[in-house]
Design a protein around this ligand. Sequence first.
Ligand SMILES: [Zn+2]
Length: 173
Amino acid sequence: MTETNEAHFGALPPLYKYMPNPYPDQRLWRCPVCNEKTGQRTLPLLVLVEPGQFMILKLTCRYCRACEALIANKHEIEHALTEFFQELDPTIIGNEYFVMGTLEKQILRQESQFPQSLEEMRQITHDFKMAYLELRMRQTGWFREGQEPPIVEPPPSQEWVSTRPRLLTWRPK
Ligand SMILES: [Zn+2]
């Protein structure tokens, strides 16, 4: 599985190896890296939505204790973002976003103490130790010897899709 590098942001020690799961129906009871049984963990994720909008998202993820993989359902993240921006600013919907890390857990108990500045946010952020590229699943079934099972393409984003009007050019002949 391939890894991506990320920029450093959080002041706290890095935690977890982040793994986005783009298959809404796959719960990943077993870890795709080591095949151990996964548990679950509810954590505040720090999400940056372009341009420059930081979000705190409480999400229940699958977690592998053995290899520290934190598996987040991409469609759940996009559902939460869509609901939020439908109210605030629908033109943001469909923009690029990055899950940057996790926040100190007590922030979920004290919303009144949400960080007031980017620097305060940095002080309670754990970057990820690393981030995997989106998972890809292979078909199961019977295959000829030596034939690799084809990849099952994940469904595209259903909700996190831009609805902004596009400007098309047209010129009479
Ligand atoms: Zn594992």
